[in-house]
Design a protein around this ligand. Structure first.
Ligand SMILES: Nc1nc2c(ncn2[C@@H]2O[C@H](COP(=O)(O)OP(=O)(O)O)[C@@H](O)[C@H]2O)c(=O)[nH]1
Ligand SMILES: [Mg+2]
Length: 226
């Protein structure tokens, strides 16, 4: 069977590609980033899920949460220190700030389900901290930068250790190498049912589609185990 390309070949700042067929956004998905419209939860919301957004430094976690959040996202960005700059280099391109504790945002999906998004600090030395953040989480969206796949191994390994279901979103950067889905799955050692989608963290619809892929995966996993 021919492999399906995950990375797309659009120009870096072009509109995001159409989602893979399996990850179409439902027509009723909340208008992302329409954030300021939804300061308070609507009465139709029937469920809430805590979701982690994980991945290495500079992969787009803060961007994605800021893009989709209905509330002003809490972000604990701080200027990178000179001391930190020596070690906080993994995958980072010209980044002068970094998340020192967490990012937090909220998005209502389909009017009924609200996702509370917790972005973890990307640096390897913070992995123990996000193990604490994982308490009570239903799942995680793992962001990947194909320019440095190895930088994602720590976060993916932790998700597996924690037995936290996750979806992988490939955040496309200028000059990102193109990989087939099969190659990426092999390189990241993903299970066949782990969703793998392309995403642009700067684009609300694209980011929401990635979150919906995760939610569908969580629902499938819950249905199978019940
Ligand atoms: N081209 C491109 N740039 C992105 C994307 N997502 C984030 N960025 C940029 O990458 C840099 C790091 O993103 P950030 O969200 O701070 O990464 P974090 O360390 O994972 O929170 C920022 O300058 C973003 O504007 C994306 O999907 N495409
Ligand atoms: Mg950040």
């Amino acid at each position: 069977m021919a492999s399906k390309a995950v990375s797309d070949d659009r120009a870096p700042d072009a509109a995001p590609a159409a989602p893979p067929a399996s990850v179409g956004a439902p027509a009723s998905a909340a208008e992302p980033g329409a954030a300021q419209a939804g300061k308070y939860l609507t009465s139709s919301v029937a469920g809430a899920a805590k979701i982690l957004v994980v991945g290495p430094l500079g992969v787009g976690k803060t961007t994605l949460i800021g893009t989709v959040s209905e509330i002003r996202p809490l972000s604990t960005e701080a200027m990178m220190t000179r001391a930190g700059a020596r070690v906080d280099t993994g995958g980072e391109r010209a980044k002068t700030t970094t998340t020192v504790a967490l990012d937090f945002g909220r998005i209502t999906i389909d009017d009924e389900l609200v996702l509370y998004l917790f972005g973890t600090p990307g640096q390897q030395r913070f992995l123990p901290a996000w193990r604490d953040l994982a308490k009570g989480a239903l799942g995680a969206l793992a962001l990947i930068d194909t320019r440095d796949l190895a930088a994602s191994f720590g976060a993916l390994g932790n998700l597996e250790d924690l037995d936290l279901p996750f979806a992988v979103a490939v955040n496309v950067f200028p000059g990102s190498p193109q990989h087939t889905e099969d190659d990426l799955r092999t390189a990241l050692d993903l299970l066949p049912n782990t969703p793998l989608v392309a995403c642009d963290a700067r684009d609300a619809h694209s980011s929401v589609r990635a979150l919906i892929a995760l939610v569908r995966h969580l629902i499938d996993a819950a249905t199978e185990s019940s």
